[in-house]
Design a protein around this ligand. Structure first.
Ligand code: HEM
Ligand code: HEM
Ligand SMILES: [Fe+2]
Length: 447
């Protein structure tokens, strides 16, 4: 850490970890409800738990991205953040929106639009929050000594993510139009602009951790950005197959979304190659694990498991089943959760001055969480495929099918327990680092 203002990142990361714990709690509530233990039903029915689970996911990831930007941008731009005070104001307003939304969901104050459940009135607060965040980041970058490709890609990702939130705020009477634009947010986030955010963070981490020249790493970043836009934009069509829009989307969506795994493949190859090439290896092994892990697991979760149901011929059967949940878990985990955990693992020792670079707890956290998540993915997958056959092929009643597959949720809960253990270990390690301090020295801020 070279600039004192980078320390604000710590509090965004801490907030992130708090919400992650809550998200997992709601995951368990749903898992248990699925096997008949639904004691909380009166206050937290499945649909409420689901909305809270997925929204907490989005907010903790966004808080992680914001922390990452507050850490990375000053270092890349080589100057202090323009205002630390406003960054704290922004964190507090983020927490206010998040907490209000989550509490509101328990009182049925939410909209039935998957992932965009936040009531539109609250959306205006989101806008103010995001504008403040972007202002701080972009002005810092603009006034800085240098504008690196890494910083630009990260900032563009964040800026476009904010702009793409707008189509989701527009009111439409038609269900079809509403759905059409909902995907501009949901799809173009995770399979478009968030990939730029991931690419930017990945590139920053690889520069620091492998010691490979910035020029080489940033050339790869261009390739990734290119592949992302080439495939991801028209790839939106894989959500338009049978929703009531023009049939042309069957072909366009099929072809372009089938190309989407290439961007994730490039990211995995990029990370592994830079690691191999790197001579000056950084001692922070835990950060390296999460960085390489993110690049590889995202290829499996987003690339391969996304491909598995992206062609219209398969999606006709799998749409909206637990096959989607299978893919959703490993994709979000690999691409976005793991990259946030990677930047936290890298930044923490630099902010706190405690060099817990390679603790047994840190390694155990990595492996336990990942093996647990892979187990969960398999459990969702088996349940999903069984659901597809029973419900869609053999036309069994929806609820009968759910009873039939509930046994797989026992497996899910076992694997989720392993996963949660890993997360608890990670947070224990986080806590062990202590609070950020101005004296913390960074051995690698000159790269
Ligand atoms: C990190 C990147 C990705 C993440 C986080 C992600 C996550 C998700 C999530 C959460 C859903 C459910 C959305 C909803 O129903 O509202 C979904 C749906 C879907 N994803 Fe992805 N995804 C990613 C990348 C991909 C890629 C690269 C492909 C294709 C190769 C893909 C193919 C699909 C398809 C076809 C659906 C629709 C499933 C259905 O019809 O129910 N995804 N994804
Ligand atoms: C203890 C851990 C977890 C458990 C038990 C759990 C369980 C569940 C369950 C039961 C659902 C609803 C599936 C359905 O519709 O029936 C769900 C949805 C979802 N969860 Fe989790 N989850 C956990 C952790 C996570 C994590 C760490 C992530 C992200 C990294 C995540 C991402 C999602 C997403 C994206 C959905 C929506 C999927 C879709 O649109 O189909 N979950 N989860
Ligand atoms: Fe998509």
């Amino acid at each position: 850490m070279k600039y004192k203002s980078q320390k604000v990142a710590y509090w965004f990361f801490a907030f992130s970890m708090l919400l992650l714990v809550l998200q997992i709690t709601y995951g368990f509530i749903m898992g248990f409800a699925r096997i008949g233990f639904d004691g909380l039903h009166e206050f937290i029915p499945f649909n409420t738990a689901r909305a809270v689970h997925t929204n907490l996911l989005v907010v903790w990831l966004l808080s992680g991205f914001m922390g990452a930007a507050y850490y990375i941008i000053p270092e890349e731009a080589q100057r202090e953040l323009v205002s630390v005070k406003l960054a704290y104001v922004q964190l507090i307003s983020l927490a206010v929106v998040g907490v209000t939304a989550v509490i509101g969901y328990h009182f049925n104050w939410w909209e039935g639009r998957k992932f965009l459940e936040i009531p539109r009135q609250l959306d205006y607060l989101v806008v103010v929050n995001v504008l403040l965040f972007l202002g701080l980041i972009l002005i810092t970058l603009f006034k800085g000594k240098r504008k690196t490709t890494t910083a630009l890609v990260l900032s563009m990702g964040l800026l476009f993510a904010a702009l793409l939130y707008i189509p989701g705020m527009l009111p439409f009477d038609s269900q079809v139009t509403d759905s059409f634009f909902r995907w501009w947010v949901v799809h173009l986030w995770v399979e478009g602009v968030w990939e730029l955010i991931m690419g930017g963070i990945l590139s920053f981490l690889l520069i620091k951790l492998t010691g490979v020249d910035r020029e080489v790493i940033e050339k790869w970043l261009y390739v990734i950005v290119g592949l992302t836009f080439l495939s991801g934009v028209l790839g939106t069509g894989h959500h338009y197959y049978y929703i009531g829009v023009n049939k042309i989307w069957l072909i366009v969506g099929g072809i372009f979304s089938a190309l989407e795994p290439l961007a994730f493949l490039a990211m995995a190859l990029f990370a592994v190659n830079m690691y191999r090439k790197g001579e000056k290896k950084h001692p922070n092994k835990i950060a390296l694990f999460w960085t390489l892990g993110s690049a590889i697991v995202s290829f499996v979760g987003a690339g391969l498991l996304g491909f598995a149901h992206t062609l219209p011929q398969t999606n006709l059967y799998t749409h909206g089943t637990l096959v989607t949940a299978m893919h959703g878990h490993l994709a979000f985990w690999g691409a976005y959760a793991m990259i946030v955990l990677a930047i936290i693992s890298y930044a923490l020792p630099n902010m706190t001055g405690r060099k817990l670079y390679d603790s047994p707890v840190g390694r155990a956290a990595f492996w336990t969480a990942n093996i647990g998540m892979i187990g969960m993915t398999v459990a969702f997958g088996v349940a999903g495929v069984a659901q597809v056959y029973l419900e869609r092929k053999f036309k069994m009643d929806f609820m009968e099918v759910q009873a039939e597959i509930s046994i797989h949720f026992v497996v899910l809960i076992l694997c989720a327990t392993l996963f949660a253990t890993g997360i608890i270990l990670y947070i224990w390690d986080f806590y062990k680092h202590g609070l950020p301090s101005d004296e913390a020295l960074d051995i690698d801020s000159d790269l």
